[in-house]
Design a protein around this ligand. Structure first.
Ligand SMILES: NC(=O)c1ccc[n+]([C@@H]2O[C@H](COP(=O)([O-])OP(=O)(O)OC[C@H]3O[C@@H](n4cnc5c(N)ncnc54)[C@H](OP(=O)(O)O)[C@@H]3O)[C@@H](O)[C@H]2O)c1
Length: 276
């Protein structure tokens, strides 16, 4: 069955690799009531078990049955595992199936040249774990050499059900976005961890400290998004004049925190070689 944008609801999906991203996709799809049309595969029994328990989606050890079932195969294995997996997949996959590769660091050219003998269309996309609550940000590479527009629009339709989608013709931008959107959840969690610990240090029960911290971080981001003001102004707008938050923002430690965070990102900058 050739798939088109209006066919997402009838599209059968196969998720290969049920780790962080595969699991997050399963969780998001569960909320779109797409469980019966989705199947997962992972060679790791614990990950399969967790996936089945938390998403209600079937999972298998062998990928062949999953590929046979699916119209669209979502490849969610680690980047070093993608090409060896495609080496096997291209001998099995038929041209009416769509392959979507979610690896952050495998180029569209490598994907296409690997899968080309099968004539199956391939779409490169990068997403993040926030698809688990349908608040993902997915970047999709738009390249007619990899997949026809109707195939790409079906893939866009799928990811729009799981959050926001950005389509780009620039693979360099896709790589840059993947670094930023991949780092963002971890960066926020580091700060959240410190906030929870601070709550416990000032005498709150650790469960309460966690609930308050998580709620406040989530709600602060929502308030900022609705505020329509820039980050710096927002930061100072939450501090009552003369109050403890104003003193906190003015303390030299605030600059030190920022310097430390910048150093952390410098560490990442030195280890990536973005496409130009
Ligand atoms: N984590 C993120 O936030 C994030 C963000 C953006 C993009 N991505 C991309 O998403 C991809 C997956 O990342 P991840 O963090 O989800 O990795 P992960 O947690 O390690 O999950 C990958 C899973 O796939 C399994 N697997 C590998 N080859 C397989 C095969 N041939 N058949 C069945 N199962 C197989 C792995 O099993 P083994 O452990 O036994 O190898 C592992 O359980 C990566 O390419 C990454 O670039 C991740």
């Amino acid at each position: 069955m050739a798939i088109g944008s209006s066919q997402f609801r009838r599209m059968r999906l196969g998720i290969i690799g049920l780790g962080n991203i595969g699991w997050a996709l399963g969780r998001g799809l569960q909320q779109t009531s797409h469980q019966a049309q989705t199947m997962g595969c992972d060679r790791n029994a614990e990950k399969r078990e967790r996936f089945v328990q938390t998403t209600g989606i079937q999972a298998h050890e062998d990928w062949k049955g999953v590929v046979e079932f699916a119209d669209c195969v979502l490849v969610c294995v680690r980047h070093g595992q993608v090409l060896p997996f495609l080496d096997q997949l291209r001998n099995t996959v038929t041209p009416e199936k769509t392959i979507v590769c979610l690896a952050a660091a495998v180029s569209g050219t490598d994907l296409r040249s690997n899968i080309a003998p099968s004539r199956a269309p391939v779409v490169r996309a990068v997403t993040n774990v926030n698809v688990a609550c349908r608040s993902g940000l997915t970047m999709i590479l738009s390249d007619p050499q990899f997949a026809a527009p109707e195939v790409r629009s079906a893939v866009i339709d799928l990811f729009e059900a799981l959050g926001d989608v950005i389509v780009t013709e620039s693979e360099a931008d896709l790589d840059r976005w993947s670094v930023l959107s991949g780092c963002a959840p971890a960066a926020v969690m580091i700060f959240l961890e410190a906030l929870c610990q601070f709550g416990a240090q000032i005498g709150l029960d650790s469960t309460v400290a966690r609930e308050v911290s998580v709620q406040c971080v989530g709600a602060s981001l929502k308030t900022f998004l609705h505020s329509n003001i820039d980050l710096k102004t927002f930061k100072y707008s939450v501090a009552a004049p003369g109050g403890i938050v104003e003193k906190l923002l003015a303390a030299p430690e605030s600059d030190q925190i920022r310097t430390t965070v910048d150093q952390w990102f410098d560490y990442i900058l030195q280890r990536i070689a973005p496409r130009t």
